[in-house]
Design a protein. Structure first.
Length: 476
């Protein structure tokens, strides 16, 4: 094994570390395959005589067997479904949430046919986005019209309606979540009426619906604000953990987007800074991306798994081989990363000013308790907003995302760190793993009862509830 040859960039670091443990034979049975029925022909026969397949989320930690699946072709058909519904309905986007927002044994409804971007207007810098549109479908379409999205999450495979429902976010001290890009939206209530809301029309509904967790109704379309098309330069580099924590606020202020990946058990941290760039300043021959270190890092991570007492040393050894990397491209090409390693995730947002301190305590706890995790921890700054149930409601936030491979036990790890988030007044990401219930949410969100009021108006019969929504909203 020649570690001198290890040259990794940050995407390879994430990719290889995940693949390595799976390849090491730790994958065995996944959470999904161990729980979903394994008959030769999966699923059940639905009311229309057709087979209804079981559903599972992206990581496999959530699954269900719906009684029926519906995919309306347009708003009229959706309204008809809601008007005649006799059983609860849960909406699904692309199934990228780790919490129990989606599962139902009743009706699972997808807006996959209500997709596309319309009315992109360079004068107003606005565009209409159907809720079933994947975030990845926004980029090219807007670019063709001379426009770009303002900001984007780590990946872009979510449905717009799903991203909106949970305040999905990227990073940037002056940039809010995807929900804050929304100028107005259309949402169907449980009677099948389609309501229009914005900051000036049905404003309470607008403030609730921009982080709705699928509990108010079905969002069909949103008008979003955009920017003139722009290019980005992304630079990533490894530094010591101490430097990363010390300089976090300075680097945040110096860049349009800044995020960090801390390495559990290691002494290093990867910084990623992204800024707009004039296309004229993009080098004619952009630097070649560092070679594929998949095999080398796989070997490294295998050793970590089997020789846990060498974990810290090996992580540091691997990290010290990570080379700086610079990428250039149209905004949407730089924003969207591919995550082909499956993992489970807990994310809390703490007030921006205590973020590095909270991250330091988490890293210290992992070392002190010798928690068996090597998956990098992602930390991002996001601007505060006015959305009632947004983790960034009225405060600038620092989001800390802790992951473990989908086939590893994440529960002990997350149980050890969740109280640290509470100590720093953290608010969980609605789409990621947490253990909070309504009482704790009511204490964290001053407009929680207003959200409940709007929910009761939109859905008096409880059509859009499942067990998880009842728990987090406190509905008996
Ligand atoms: C690999 C990966 C990377 C991620 N990266 C980020 C990140 O960078 N930043 C971040 O903030 N989050 C991130 N997430 C979390 C993810 O963005 C959210 O969980 C998001 O809600 C998932 O969108 P979805 O389309 O998959 O929705 P689903 O998970 O399918 O559904 C989420 C919620 O949206 C509701 N919903 C969906 N469509 C509608 C609709 N039309 N009307 C009303 N309600 C609807 C559902 O009922 C449910 O409550 C990531 C997740 C994964 C798996």
């Amino acid at each position: 094994m020649n570690f001198d040859r290890i040259k990794l960039n940050r995407r390879e670091l994430l990719k290889a570390s995940g693949a390595a443990l799976i390849a090491a034979g730790t994958a065995g049975t996944t959470a999904c395959s161990s729980n979903v029925k394994t008959e030769e022909t999966p699923g059940i026969i639905g009311p229309d005589g057709k087979r209804v397949l079981p559903w599972s989320n992206w990581s496999g930690n959530q699954h269900c067997q719906p009684a029926q699946r519906l995919v309306p072709k347009n708003e009229d058909e959706l309204a008809g479904i809601l008007k005649t519904a006799r059983q609860p309905i849960r909406c699904v986007g692309s199934g990228h949430s780790f919490s129990g927002l989606v599962p139902t044994d009743q009706t699972l409804l997808s807006l996959a046919r209500l997709r596309g971007v319309e009315n992109a207007d360079l004068n107003t810098m606005e565009a209409d986005v159907w809720a079933g549109t994947r975030l990845s479908q926004l980029g090219d379409k807007l670019w063709d019209q001379g426009m770009s999205v303002i900001n984007m999450s780590d990946i872009d495979t979510q449905a717009f309606g799903g991203a909106l429902a949970t305040s999905t976010h990227g990073t940037g001290k002056d940039l809010g979540t995807i929900s804050t890009q929304v100028k107005s939206l259309r949402i169907a209530n449980s009677s099948g009426d389609i309501l229009h809301c914005s900051a000036t029309q049905n404003a309470d509904l607008f403030n609730a619906a921009r982080n709705n967790i699928g509990a108010l109704g079905v969002v069909t379309q949103a008008r979003i604000g955009t920017e003139k098309a722009y290019y980005l330069k992304e630079h990533s580099w490894m530094m010591s953990e101490e430097e990363g924590l010390e300089r976090a606020a300075e680097l945040r202020d110096a860049h349009r987007h800044y995020e960090m990946y801390a390495l559990p058990h290691g002494d290093y941290m990867l910084g990623i800074a992204i800024d707009k760039i004039d296309p004229a300043d993009i080098p004619e021959k952009p630097p070649v991306e560092s070679g594929d270190a998949y095999e080398a890092f796989r070997t490294l991570a295998n050793v970590v798994d089997y020789l846990p007492f060498l974990r810290g040393w090996l992580v540091n050894f691997g990290a010290s081989g990570v080379e700086p990397e610079t990428r250039y491209g149209p905004s949407h090409e730089i924003f969207g990363n591919l995550r082909d390693i499956r993992f489970n995730e807990m994310e809390y947002t703490v007030p921006a000013e205590v973020g590095p301190q909270c991250l330091r305590e988490i890293l210290h706890t992992i070392k002190k308790q010798n928690i068996p995790v090597v998956f990098p921890i992602e930390a991002r700054y996001i601007k505060g907003d006015d959305v009632w149930l947004s983790p960034f409601y009225q405060r600038d936030g620092f989001s800390i995302s802790c992951h473990n491979f989908h086939d590893k036990d994440y529960k002990k790890y997350f149980a050890a760190i969740e109280p640290i988030f509470w100590k720093y007044d953290g608010r969980p990401h609605w789409g990621k793993i947490h253990t909070l219930a309504a009482k704790e949410f009511a204490a964290r969100y001053e407009r929680f009862n207003d959200f409940l009021r709007i929910r009761a108006e939109m859905d008096p019969q409880g059509l859009f509830l499942n067990d998880h929504i009842r728990k987090v909203l406190g509905i008996v």
